[in-house]
Ligand binder design. Structure first.
Ligand SMILES: [Zn+2]
Ligand SMILES: [Zn+2]
Ligand SMILES: [Zn+2]
Length: 226
């Protein structure tokens, strides 16, 4: 693991249709201008500190990769465990930089049985990962988080930078249900394809007397995590 101090690196990316200028931070993959189009000295990424811990996947082999939502009803930011140890940071692989949102995106794509593709931005040529609702909704217009530009592809698809690095298996669920009241612990082992809700492998949850498929439940909880 390498420790790095990563400062904002802000570029002008163009004007919106209404003429407002936009700036983008390529370090933290986040917008760096306000609603009036003023360039900010620091971008809008709410968790810059995680970018200070960078795990270079080529130098530090990953044998186990898991995410854990302690209680997804209260907090949609998971803890990350690499090789069974807590890791508070981002992953680097060649020119890709991946954070917890990309791991959550993989979980949603696999849960919805999406075939992931290698999608590249035609402005900066970086690979593209889809998270939140975009991880299970094929789309033609992608927002590149590396350069902040929109780019279009011919056929609607969903991108992943992770799948070319690791073979990530489908998620296997038992035909069972679990009762969820005030606590819903979600554990996902990416490399084994195991998803547990309150320590059980289930394909349905029962909450407030309503039964719901796991994918519908998690899709709606995590749709805005992009
Ligand atoms: Zn920044
Ligand atoms: Zn780009
Ligand atoms: Zn996309």
């Amino acid at each position: 693991m390498v420790q790095l101090q990563m400062k904002c690196s802000i570029d002008f990316i163009g004007k919106k249709r209404n003429g407002v200028e936009q700036y983008w931070c390529i370090t933290h993959k986040a917008l760096a201008s306000d609603k009036q189009g003023n360039r900010l000295s620091s971008c809008l990424c709410p968790h810059k500190e995680v970018f200070e811990n960078v795990w270079d996947i080529e130098k530090g082999p990953i044998k186990s990769l898991e995410i854990l939502f302690m209680n997804i009803l209260e907090n949609t930011i998971p803890l990350i465990f690499v090789n069974h140890e807590l890791f508070h940071g981002v992953f680097q692989y060649k020119s890709s930089l991946l954070n917890y949102k990309d791991l959550v995106g993989i979980m949603l794509s696999k849960l919805n049985d999406i075939s992931l593709e290698e999608v590249r931005c035609n402005h900066c040529n970086q690979m593209h990962s889809d998270n939140g609702k975009f991880a299970y909704t094929p789309h033609k217009t992608h927002l590149c988080l590396y350069c902040g530009h929109l780019f279009r592809v011919k056929e609607a698809n969903i991108g992943s930078e992770m799948e070319p690095i690791f073979p990530i298996p489908k998620i296997k669920l038992e035909h069972a249900s679990v009762l969820v009241a005030s606590h819903c612990r979600v554990q996902y082992d990416l490399l084994k394809g195991i998803l547990l809700i309150n320590s059980k492998s289930v394909d349905k949850i029962v909450m407030n007397g309503q039964e719901e498929n796991i994918e519908d439940f998690l899709n709606s909880f995590l749709e805005n995590e992009y």
